[in-house]
Design a protein around this ligand. Sequence first.
Ligand SMILES: C[S@@+](CC[C@H](N)C(=O)[O-])C[C@H]1O[C@@H](n2cnc3c(N)ncnc32)[C@H](O)[C@@H]1O
Length: 194
Amino acid sequence: MRHYSDHYSQKAKKEGYKARSVYKLQEMDRRYKILRRNNTVLDLGSYPGSWTQYASAVVGPKVTIVSVDIKEMRLPELKNIIFFPADIFSLNSQDLLHGKKAFDVVLSDMAPTTTGFKDVDRVASLRLCEKAFDLTFPILKTNGNFICKVLQGEDTVSWVRTIKPFFMFSKLYKPEWSRAMSTEVFFVATGKKS
Ligand SMILES: C[S@@+](CC[C@H](N)C(=O)[O-])C[C@H]1O[C@@H](n2cnc3c(N)ncnc32)[C@H](O)[C@@H]1O
C-alpha cells in the first residue's frame, strides 16, 4: 500500500498538484459528473489546494471558486480563486457567498486532526460533514452537486439517510485508491431537488 500511495504522490508532484488527494476528486468527477465548465464552486477544507486546482481547471477562468480552510492556502498562479481563511464552525451561510447568489457545486474534503481514537475521530469527522451540509445546503443551487468526506460508522449511515431525500442521486463512495487505507468514504450527491 505504501508503494501504491507513493506512486500517487509522485504522479501528483509531476502533474503540479499540491496533494495526491486530487485523484480521489478526479475519480468521483469522472464517475458522477460533478463539475462542469463555468460552474460556481465552494471548496471546504481546501488546503494545500489540489481539489481547488482541479476544480479551477475544469470550470475555467470565467468563474471564481471560493476556497475555505483554517490553514493558509497559496495558489498565486490561479486567478479565479477567492481564498477565505476560516474555521467553518465560526461561519454562517452568507459568509461563504462572496458576492455570489449560490453555488453549483460544494466540495468538502475536510478532516479533523486525528487523535488515534477511532470513535473520537469518527464523531469529529461527522460533525464537520453535518456542519458543511447545514451551512451550504441553503446556498446550493437547485440541481447542484455536493461531495463530503466522512469516516464510516453507524452514525454516518443514519445521517446519510436523513439527507438522501434532498437529492436525485446519492451514494457513499470509496475511491479506488483509498480503499484499503482507511475508513474514509465520500458522500456524493447530485441533483439537489427544488
Ligand atoms: C485532507 S485536507 C484537504 C486536502 C485538499 N482537499 C487538497 O486536495 O489539497 C483537510 C483539510 O481540512 C481542513 N479543516 C479541518 N477542519 C476544518 C474546519 N473546522 N474549518 C475549515 N477547514 C478545516 C484542514 O485544515 C485540512 O487542511
